[in-house]
Design a protein around this ligand. Structure first.
Ligand SMILES: Cc1ncc(COP(=O)(O)O)c(C=O)c1O
Length: 450
C-alpha cells in the first residue's frame, strides 16, 4: 500500500461529492457529519463553537451546499434567505448565471496568467475600471482579496509621498493582514500585533474637524502623514453613514495638508449603498481607491486598488515590479469582474439598491417604533443596513431567532448589539417582505421574553 493511498481515496471521494448535483439523505448526513469533524479537528474548533451557539436553538448544525439568487440551501435542501450576503460580496446573488458562464468559458482556455505574453482580460478589466471609477482614476492593480487591496493602497501612498504615517478612523475595518491591521480601528484585532511600521493616528469617523485637528497636530510635531484612509460608509462598525458635508470636507482638508485620500470601497463598492461607489454619494474623487468583495460577482475572489496617472508613476519607475503577485487578476477573476460590472450597470443595480434599501429601512423603522425595548435605531444606506439593538443579548437572540426562521444575517461575534443586513441587490420586494415578517415574528418572541 502506497504512503498516500488513503489521501488519494479521500480526495477522490470528495471529488465525487463535488460533482453531485443533488444529495440523497444519507450523503447529506455524511457530508454534514464530516464537515463538522473536519472543521473541528483540522481548521478551527472555536469557529465551530461559535456557529453552534447560533444554531443552539435548532435541531442540527447546518452545512451549506448550494446557492441560487438570494437563497442559500443546506445539504438537506432547506432554503435560507441570505441577508448576510457574504458580508457584501454577493451583490449579484449566488451563482449569477452570466458570471458563472463567463468564468466557465474562460476556465477551459486559461485560468492563470501565463506571465510572459500579454493578458487581454487584465487589460480589458483595467480599462473597464477606469470607465466606472470617479474623476481621474485610471490605473488598477488586481489582487485576490480585500485586505490585499489595502496593502497595495498603503504601499502606493508610502511610495508616492515618501512618508510612513497614516490617519485612520476609529472602528474602521480594512482587513487583517499586517499592513491593513496597522490602520485597523478595532483593538480586538490589532492589539496583539502592535507596534507596526509607521504610526497610525485615529480620528472619529464622520468628524472632519477631528481629522483637521489631527493633521494640524501631526504637522506641528513633524509627524509626516502619507494618507488618510476611511470607508465611505463604515461597514463592519455597523453601517455608519457620515454627515453629508463629511467627504467633501475631508477631500478639501487632505488637499490642504498635502495628504493622500484613500477610500476603502471593499464593502461599499459595486452598488451596495445605492450608488456605484460609496464616494459617488458626495461626488468626491479619492487619490487611491480599493475594491474587492462584490467585484468578483460572488463567483471569484478578486480585488483592485486604483489611482490616477500622477500617483501611479511610482509603480512604474524606477522599478515597475515594485508591487507584483502571481495569481492576482487571473483570467477567471477578470472574466468574473467584467461580467459583474456589465450586469451591475445594465441592470441598474445601484438604483435598485437605493430603492429597495429605502423600502427595507422604512419598514425596519416601523419595527423600531413598535418595539422600543428591542431596538435602538437603524442606520445605513442602500442595502448596507445596520440594526442596532438595546443590548448585545437582544442582538444575539434576534440573530439566532432569524437563523431558526431561515434568514441568514451577520450575527457579529464581537459586535452583537449590531446586526448587518447586506442581501444581494437582486433581492425581490416579496423576499424583503418575507424577511420583515420573519423578523417581526422573532422580535415578538424575544420581546415577550424580556
Ligand atoms: C472596508 C473593508 N476593507 C477591507 C476588508 C478586507 O477584505 P477581505 O476580508 O476580503 O480581506 C473588508 C472586509 O470586511 C472591509 O469591509
Amino acid at each position: 500500500m502506497g504512503k498516500h493511498d488513503d489521501a488519494i481515496k479521500f480526495a477522490e471521494r470528495w471529488l465525487n461529492i463535488i460533482k453531485k448535483a443533488d444529495l440523497d439523505e444519507a450523503t447529506a448526513q455524511e457530508i454534514s457529519r464530516e464537515a463538522e469533524e473536519n472543521i473541528y479537528n483540522y481548521f478551527n474548533r472555536k469557529w465551530m463553537d461559535y456557529r453552534k451557539t447560533i444554531t443552539a436553538e435548532d435541531d442540527y448544525t447546518k452545512t451549506e451546499w448550494r446557492g441560487q439568487g438570494c437563497c442559500l440551501y443546506d445539504v438537506y435542501g432547506n432554503e435560507f434567505i441570505d441577508c448576510l450576503g457574504v458580508f457584501g460580496a454577493l451583490n449579484l446573488g449566488w451563482c449569477h448565471p452570466e458570471v458563472v458562464s463567463a468564468v466557465q468559458a474562460q476556465a477551459g482556455k486559461t485560468s492563470m496568467p501565463g506571465k510572459e505574453m500579454l493578458e487581454p482580460l487584465k487589460g480589458a478589466l483595467a480599462n473597464l475600471m477606469a470607465q466606472v471609477t470617479p474623476g481621474d482614476i485610471q490605473y488598477s492593480f488586481f489582487v485576490n482579496s480585500g485586505t490585499e487591496t489595502v496593502e497595495g493602497a498603503l504601499k502606493l501612498a508610502i511610495l508616492y509621498t515618501g512618508k510612513r504615517n497614516f490617519i485612520s478612523t476609529i472602528a474602521g475595518f480594512h482587513g487583517k493582514t499586517l499592513g491593513s491591521l496597522s490602520v485597523m480601528g478595532k483593538k480586538d484585532f490589532r492589539a496583539g500585533f502592535q507596534p507596526f511600521g509607521g504610526q497610525t493616528f485615529y480620528v472619529p469617523f464622520g468628524d472632519a474637524d477631528a481629522l483637521e485637528k489631527q493633521l494640524e497636530i501631526c504637522e506641528t510635531l513633524g509627524l509626516e502623514v502619507a494618507a488618510f484612509i476611511a470607508e465611505p460608509i463604515q461597514g463592519e462598525a455597523g453601517c455608519v453613514v457620515p454627515p453629508d458635508e463629511y467627504w467633501p470636507k475631508v477631500r478639501e482638508i487632505c488637499n490642504h495638508y498635502g495628504v493622500l485620500l484613500i477610500a476603502d470601497e471593499v464593502q461599499t463598492g459595486l452598488g451596495r449603498t445605492g450608488k456605484f461607489w460609496g464616494v459617488d454619494h458626495w461626488q468626491v474623487t479619492p487619490d487611491i481607491m480599493t475594491s474587492a468583495k462584490a467585484l468578483g460577482g460572488g463567483v471569484m475572489p478578486v480585488g483592485a486598488f486604483m489611482s490616477n496617472e500622477r500617483i501611479w508613476k511610482v509603480l512604474e519607475e524606477p522599478n515597475p515590479f515594485m508591487h507584483t503577485n502571481t495569481t492576482g487578476g487571473n483570467p477567471l477573476a477578470c472574466a468574473a469582474a467584467i461580467a459583474t460590472i456589465m450586469v451591475t450597470l445594465r441592470d441598474n443595480l445601484p438604483e435598485q439598491a437605493a430603492e429597495k434599501g429605502n423600502y427595507f429601512m422604512e419598514n425596519l423603522n416601523v419595527l423600531v417604533e413598535r418595539y422600543p425595548r428591542i431596538y435602538k435605531n437603524i442606520t445605513g444606506k442602500g442595502l448596507l443596513i445596520g440594526q442596532h439593538f438595546n443590548t448585545p443579548g437582544i442582538g444575539y437572540k434576534i440573530a439566532a431567532g432569524l437563523y431558526k426562521r431561515r434568514v441568514l444575517v451577520s450575527g457579529a461575534l464581537l459586535n452583537k448589539d449590531t446586526m448587518r443586513f447586506e442581501p444581494p441587490l437582486i433581492i425581490t420586494k416579496e423576499q424583503i417582505n418575507e424577511v420583515l415578517n420573519r423578523l417581526e415574528d422573532t422580535i415578538k418572541e424575544v420581546d415577550a421574553s424580556l
